[in-house]
Design a protein around this ligand. Sequence first.
Ligand code: ZN
Length: 195
Amino acid sequence: SASDTPLLPMNFCSDCGQPVSLKIPDDDTRLRHVCSHCGTIHYQNPKMVVGSIPLWRDDERVLLCRRAIEPRHGYWTLPAGFMENSETTEEAAARETMEEAGARIELKGLFSLMNVPHVHQVHLFYRAHLLDLDFSAGVESLEVKLFREEEIPWNDIAFPTVSQTLRLFFDDLKAHRSGQPFGVHSRDIRKRMRP
Ligand code: ZN
């Protein structure tokens, strides 16, 4: 049954409109939604969420956005969002940073890769330098603001991938001051067990 699979619900075929059913196709090992009429197999795969860590020069402040949308309305996040078809991850990071924070950035290297298997997502964050201070909240943000490490509202960060990325980033920033290169960090974020 559907409760045994990580699939999102689907009732009708997006190709022909007829009902779909759950079955394991030939030469496959997992349940899929398969159209009873045209035979299309509707595969579901993880989505990419891509964002940036915009840093303002040498004063070591990072730009965060306060979310104007659900989920996590009112909580702070790095600028990030779903990657679109036919763009690269770097284009997605720059676009989301412009849309959510009105900020122009120069992208640096990839910094973190976070698997979030229970929500079927992979989050990527790039280091970035703000080109100027002419940023402003986009329609999906209530406000955007620069934070030093000690000013980060750790209890009001929207997502664990963002708080983990920020902690890793400020650690690397300290190491960077003594000449170390920035790392690339891969983490798996598991669903928190209910007490
Ligand atoms: Zn169909």
